[in-house]
Structure formats: structure tokens, C-alpha cells
Write a protein that binds this ligand. Structure first.
Ligand code: 2P0
Length: 328
């Protein structure tokens, strides 16, 4: 009744932004991502009949109230119902990156929790089924079950059973690097869930944006398959900019960028014009992620570190999917 899992964060090249069902957390469209070897969450779940409530210990500190604990309890309830387990659980989770830095922790967090908690509850589920479960915790977590390149399928079924990620290519398919340029400290003001709901409810650009998703997914899938860096750069930058454009068009506008974010967009495009292969993507926060072939990583890192306002640079590469590291 005790299991430990590790899962990594992922960065979307074709962005997820909006839901077709809030209760089941079904995405409005597909998305495509790379799971990274850094940015990992390790989670141990143990069910224990003697507990009178679920416990959450995050980076060594017990969280006794608030949204993080509520999300974990709601998620464990889904697993208890499936496994016919009534015991409460202790969830000990730690990130190898600062949780408060505004880097995605819900993707690695719910992927690790889905795998550790189902294993501890005695369920032996396929990665697809675990992915659909992880989606209930956080949409992007569904993609972190798989290593390398993964595509989230929005599914058609009302119950969401077919809304899960599928693998596109393994981590060793393409020797890319993803450099994460940190441009601010502290948590973002508007969370992803809130930001996308406001966008969907109020942005006149949301539905036109959704209509572009299938073409972007097809283009990104082909670019990955053919290891066509130029094609991937084109689709990834346009998907990112259009996602942010829809969000900026909300009322009030949802703007995740700071001045350094904007200057890095220009710096990356300038470097590319000068012959350095690289492209940017930006999630629901001010940090800039820059992809490049492994052979260009040193030059891209130097370019980012030289840019004003960059606080630190993390160098990551395609990594493995969620996995169990201990169970008994
Ligand atoms: C993505 N993001 O595709 C997009 C791009 C952020 C920007 O998925 O509401 O935390 O929990 O399903 O997964 C962040 O959204 O949202 C996200 P919920 P989630 O990576």
C-alpha cells in the first residue's frame, strides 16, 4: 500500500488553452509536448487505515489547508472509488526545482501522484488510462506519463476516457535541448486554470484560435517525425504567440510576460537570423523556454545568460515518462 513514482514536467510546442468540460477537465483541443529530463517531482503515497484525513507533505513541509491539499484529496477520492479503498493517505512530494519559481509543477506533480497513488492502491493501469486520470488533476499532467514527444488527444466521449495523451516519439528520437531562462521570482498572479477560463469566457479570439489547432498539431507531428527543426520552430512559435494573443484578448487581458520575456523573444529571433538554430516558447508565466539542437546549446546558453534580466538558465533535454521507483 506504499509506492514512490517520479515524473517530469513537459513543455508544450502546440499549446493547450481552454476546456470543453470543466468538471472532467477535458481540453478544448489537442496539444503536443516534450517531456524533459529535469524539472521532476518525486511522490510517495501510502494508504493507512489509521489516518483520519489525507496528509500532504510538500518539500518537507506539511500543508494543512488550502487549494493544493484540496486538489490532492479530490484526486485521491477518484482513485479510492476505482480501487474500492477507504483508507486515507499520506502524500509526500518533492520537486527538484523551486516550486515558487512559477515553473510548471502541476504537470510533473499530478503525473507522479497518479502513478504512485494507483500503484499504492493496487491498481495496475495502462499509461493511457493513467494519463486520462492525471488529466483530472491537471490537463498538462496527462502528457507527462509519456517520455519524449507526446500528443494529448481531446477525445470525443462525454466521460473523457479517450481524452489522454499518446506517445509520438521516444526521448532519444531527437537530440534537442530546452533551455529555461528564468526571468522572475515568485508565483504568477493568474493561474493557468483561471487564465484559460477567463480567456474562453471573454476573449473574441478564443474560437478562431481553436480553429487553427488541427493544422498546428499536424505540422508539429510531421516536424517531429522528420526531425525538421525549421518546421518545428515555425509551428511552435506561432502556437505560443497565438495562445498568448487569445489570452491578452480576454477581459481583463491575461498577460503573463514581463519586459525580459519580450526582449528574449527578440533576442532568440535575432540569434536565429544570425544563423543560430533556436526557437522560443512561453507558458503561463514570464519565463522563456528556448529549444535548439544539442550542438547549439552552449551558444544559446551564452546568449541567454548575456541577456539583461535573465536570472538563471536551466539546461534540459527530452526525458523519460513517469515511472515507479519503489513499491511495497
Ligand atoms: C500547455 N499550459 O499546453 C499550456 C500552455 C500553460 C500554457 O497546460 O487547468 O496547469 O490544470 O488543466 O495543465 C497549464 O495548464 O491547467 C498548461 P489545468 P494546466 O502546457
Amino acid at each position: 500500500m506504499k509506492a514512490t513514482a517520479i515524473a517530469h514536467s513537459n513543455i508544450a510546442l502546440v499549446k493547450y488553452w481552454g476546456k470543453r468540460d470543466v468538471a472532467l477537465n477535458l481540453p478544448a483541443a489537442g496539444s503536443l509536448s516534450v517531456t524533459l529530463d529535469g524539472l521532476s517531482t518525486t511522490t510517495t503515497v501510502s494508504f493507512d487505515d489509521s489516518l483520519d484525513g489525507d496528509r500532504l507533505i510538500l518539500d518537507g513541509q506539511e500543508i494543512t489547508e488550502g487549494r493544493p491539499l484540496d486538489r490532492v484529496v479530490t484526486f485521491l477520492d477518484l482513485i479510492r472509488a476505482e480501487a474500492e479503498v477507504t483508507a486515507c493517505a499520506t502524500v509526500e512530494t518533492s520537486n527538484d526545482f523551486p516550486t515558487a519559481a512559477g515553473l510548471a509543477s502541476s504537470a510533473s506533480g499530478f503525473a507522479a501522484l497518479a502513478l504512485a497513488a494507483t500503484t499504492a492502491a493496487g491498481l495496475d493501469w495502462s499509461k493511457e488510462r493513467l494519463s486520462a486520470l492525471a488529466r483530472r488533476g491537471s490537463g498538462s499532467a496527462a502528457r507527462s506519463l509519456f517520455g519524449g514527444f507526446a500528443e494529448m488527444k481531446p477525445g470525443l466521449r462525454p466521460d473523457g476516457a479517450d481524452a489522454h495523451a499518446v506517445p509520438i516519439a521516444d526521448a532519444d528520437h531527437w537530440d534537442l535541448r530546452c533551455l529555461v531562462a528564468l526571468t522572475a521570482r515568485g508565483e504568477k498572479k493568474v493561474g493557468s486554470t483561471q487564465g484559460m477560463q477567463r480567456t474562453q469566457a471573454t476573449s473574441p479570439f478564443f474560437n478562431p484560435w481553436l480553429a487553427t489547432m488541427d493544422d498546428d498539431l499536424t505540422a508539429a507531428r510531421q516536424a517531429v517525425e522528420n526531425r525538421d527543426f525549421g518546421a518545428l520552430a515555425g509551428v511552435a512559435e506561432r502556437s505560443c504567440l497565438r495562445m498568448h494573443a487569445t489570452a491578452i484578448g480576454a477581459d481583463p487581458g491575461v498577460l503573463y510576460w514581463n519586459a525580459t520575456t519580450t526582449s528574449l523573444i527578440h533576442a532568440v529571433r535575432h540569434a536565429r537570423d544570425e544563423g543560430l538554430p533556436c526557437f522560443f516558447t512561453i507558458d503561463a508565466g514570464p519565463h522563456v523556454k528556448v529549444f535548439c539542437p544539442a550542438s547549439s546549446a552552449t551558444d544559446v546558453e551564452a546568449m541567454l545568460r548575456d541577456s539583461s534580466g535573465v536570472l538563471d538558465v536551466l539546461v534540459t533535454r527530452p526525458g523519460q515518462g513517469a515511472r515507479i521507483i519503489e513499491a511495497r
